[in-house]
Design a protein around this ligand. Structure first.
Ligand SMILES: Cc1cc2nc3c(=O)[nH]c(=O)nc-3n(C[C@H](O)[C@H](O)[C@H](O)COP(=O)(O)O)c2cc1C
Length: 353
């Protein structure tokens, strides 16, 4: 067995076990994958300004997101069709995230239902990601099931009115296998297979839907997939309690701004009105503290979690999350911070960003 010390090691291990077509879907991005690359490159253009001679003998990575305590400012991003990565699918991810003490966001197009996920890791914190179907009954049903099962927030993904053009997927002719038909769509609309589910989405959703969700369900709403101050303000105006600065891991609009680059303007626009999270390209603890320094309350990780799932099921997910947690703890100590809350704007220089 190769050594597993970093997220990059996890990626290599995963690539060895995932079939090529599924790998194209998981690891690829849209178009020329410029945005996917920029997401990573943006971190290497930030410079950390660490402070010294501060007592860091007791560092904690724990934090709170929307009132929920978590072991680290690192949450599991929603990702579709996890059955294609490992037979434990979303249940493995749920167990791994719970073992690592953090929160999982379940995708709308998951290959397990919210109730199954809740039963797999009872008591663990969870949010549900929503795509809006033309048949609103499908969306309503999954939301109702998730809220019944104790999911505590709804994350409306706003950057997928239509699916991005992903060449690796197209070249490999990726299609989700039989067993990977999203559980709830299978129940509602038989015969609907894999990616076809995404063709049933409503491209006509507008901001009023955010207020509607808030009013109907009474749980916090998070808007995921925005990269501008303008949209961040609109999200707050419509009652969102959280926003995820994200370009869908570079899988939607190629050429879109790197999420880290967009973070400062969103943080400034939102002020104290909502919590700001970031995803896209987080692979190291130093990436986590960089995002915190630029004002994120927490980050979400996507592909690294699937890499862990692919090579090791629940255990692999836990291992990957613990690598990021340990690196974050180390980065906090070396930055001169005892907790995520102590990381400030002064800890990063962005003259190159
Ligand atoms: C295989 C895969 C499936 C995804 N499926 C969803 C999804 O169903 N809903 C969603 O909101 N985002 C989805 N995303 C985007 C992630 O939530 C997240 O924004 C992105 O992966 C973060 O970038 P990273 O992979 O570099 O960490 C998916 C990403 C990947 C890699």
């Amino acid at each position: 067995m190769e050594q597993l010390l970093t997220v990059d090691d996890a990626e290599r291990l995963a690539e060895q076990v995932v079939p090529t077509d599924a790998w194209g879907y998981i690891a690829g991005g849209a178009g020329d994958e410029r945005t996917m690359r920029w997401n990573r490159e943006a971190f290497s253009r930030c410079r950390l300004r660490y402070r010294v001679l501060i007592d860091v003998s007791d560092v904690s990575t724990e934090t709170i997101v929307l009132g929920t305590p978590v072991s680290m400012p690192v949450l599991v991003a929603p990702m579709a069709y996890q059955q294609i990565a490992h037979e434990e699918h979303e249940l493995g991810t749920a167990r791994g995230a719970a073992a690592a003490g953090t929160l999982m966001c379940l995708s709308t197009v998951a290959t397990a239902t919210p109730a199954e996920v809740a039963a797999a890791a009872p008591g663990a914190p969870r949010w549900l990601q929503i795509y809006v179907f033309k048949d609103r009954g499908v969306s309503d049903e999954i939301v109702a099931e998730a809220l019944d099962a104790g999911f505590s927030a709804l994350v409306l993904t706003a950057d997928l009115p239509v699916v991005g053009i992903r060449d690796r997927e197209r070249r490999e002719a990726f299609d989700t296998p039989e067993g990977a038909v999203p559980a709830f769509v299978a129940a509602r609309a038989r015969a609907v297979g894999g990616e076809a589910a995404l063709r049933l989405l409503d491209a006509g959703v507008e901001w009023s839907y955010v207020s509607e969700l808030r009013e109907r369900h009474g749980v916090p709403i998070v808007v995921k997939g925005l990269v501008t101050a303008e949209d961040a303000r609109l999200a707050c105006d419509h009652g969102a309690e959280g926003v995820v600065v994200s370009n869908h891991g570079g899988r939607q609009l190629d050429g879109a701004v790197a999420s880290l680059e967009a973070l400062p303007e969103v943080v400034e626009a939102v002020g104290e009105r909502a919590e700001v999270y970031l995803d896209g390209g987080i692979r190291r603890g130093t990436d986590v503290v960089t995002a915190l320094a630029l004002g994120a309350r927490a980050v979400l990780v996507g592909r690294p979690v699937i890499y862990g799932l692919a090579f090791g099921g629940a255990k692999g997910v836990q291992q990957v999350l613990e690598i990021i947690r340990d690196e974050t703890e180390n980065a906090l100590a070396l930055l001169g911070c005892r907790s995520p809350a102590e990381v400030t704007r002064a800890h990063v220089s962005t003259t190159l960003l």
